[in-house]
Design a protein around this ligand. Structure first.
Ligand code: TMP
Ligand code: MG
Length: 286
């Protein structure tokens, strides 16, 4: 049905179930579909030529807007908390307080840097932000089909938006839920807006945005793309769900985490730096 399902990087615990869901989504057509995608390491690449690619946080952290001391502190936080984020031997409940701590400390460090809003675009331009191969087809096809794309990110909303805007992809069907910066009247970062979103509280973030999902209440099929087990709850706010086809990028600690990814994602993409499968599914559904 979809040749891309047979790529060596594509693994599934129940291929038949996946094919049934895709068939059902095909019958309902693009008018019944909405797409919810994580940003960092899902729409963006994990690695390129053996080098890790930056997250939205890293784009800012590595920039000239951050002092050397602060860079060091942010790096220490990453080294301490990222292994916890991806540790398959701990439960989500065990990870939660650590994630809140990481995000709170990182946001506070950024606030201390008095970041200027008017320099963000330049910082993104000079960064090594990299979207996955096939990203343009993905965004453009969703626009052409009039299918809403929700980018749901625990990263930095202002940076995510700027990356998408600079690639010319911020079409009218795209919305972003994320952590947004609050600037003072001089355009200097003074706080973050709203409730903090971290890797493992996307369910709460989704439920807070009821109005968005209400608007899309006639779209019963969801294509969900993520790279963390925390991303699985991004569709929890969707109303009248029929199918949620969950695609998970397994980028890091592949052997260790494969079993848990296969148990919770319908399709697991192992070290796959492309949007090929999502694009193939969208072609089939349309
Ligand atoms: P995502 O929800 O768009 O994937 O964004 C969350 C990622 O951001 C998560 O994988 C960890 C990463 N992150 C950093 O790289 N640096 C930081 O300081 C923080 C708080 C998170
Ligand atoms: Mg991610």
């Amino acid at each position: 049905m979809i040749p891309e399902l047979s790529k060596p990087s594509v693994i599934m615990r129940d291929r038949q179930r996946v094919e049934e869901m895709i068939q059902s989504m095909h019958r309902a057509g693009p008018g019944g579909l909405q797409v919810i995608s994580d940003f960092d390491m899902t729409l963006t690449r994990f690695a390129y030529n053996g080098q890790r690619c930056p997250t939205s946080h890293n784009i800012l952290d590595n920039s000239k807007l951050i002092s050397e001391d602060c860079k060091k502190s942010l790096k220490e936080l990453l080294n301490k908390y990222y292994p916890i984020e991806i540790d398959s031997s701990r439960t989500v409940e065990e990870k939660l307080p650590h994630m809140v701590e990481w995000w709170t400390k990182a946001h506070n460090l950024l606030i201390q840097q008095k970041i200027r809003k008017d320099l963000l675009a330049q910082v993104v331009q000079e960064s090594e932000a990299m979207l996955r191969d096939g990203y343009k087809e993905f965004f453009d096809h969703l626009r052409d089909l009039n299918v809403p794309l929700l980018i749901f990110s625990a990263g930095l909303g202002d940076v995510v938006e700027e990356v998408v805007r600079q690639k010319g992809l911020f079409h009218s069907n795209v919305r972003v839920f994320s952590n947004y910066m609050d600037f003072d009247e001089n355009g200097i970062l003074r706080a973050f807006k709203g409730q903090l979103i971290h890797t493992y509280n996307k369910r709460e973030g989704a439920l807070l945005n009821e109005a968005h999902f209400h608007e899309l209440k006639d779209r019963h099929n969801v294509l969900l793309l993520g790279d963390s087990l925390g991303d699985l709850t991004m569709a929890d706010g969707v109303q009248n769900v029929e199918n949620v086809l969950k695609i998970g990028y397994l980028n890091d600690k592949v052997e260790e985490r494969k079993e848990s990814y296969l148990a919770s994602y319908d399709i697991v993409l192992e070290r796959d730096e492309t949007m090929d499968l999502a694009n193939a599914i969208l072609r089939h559904v349309s």
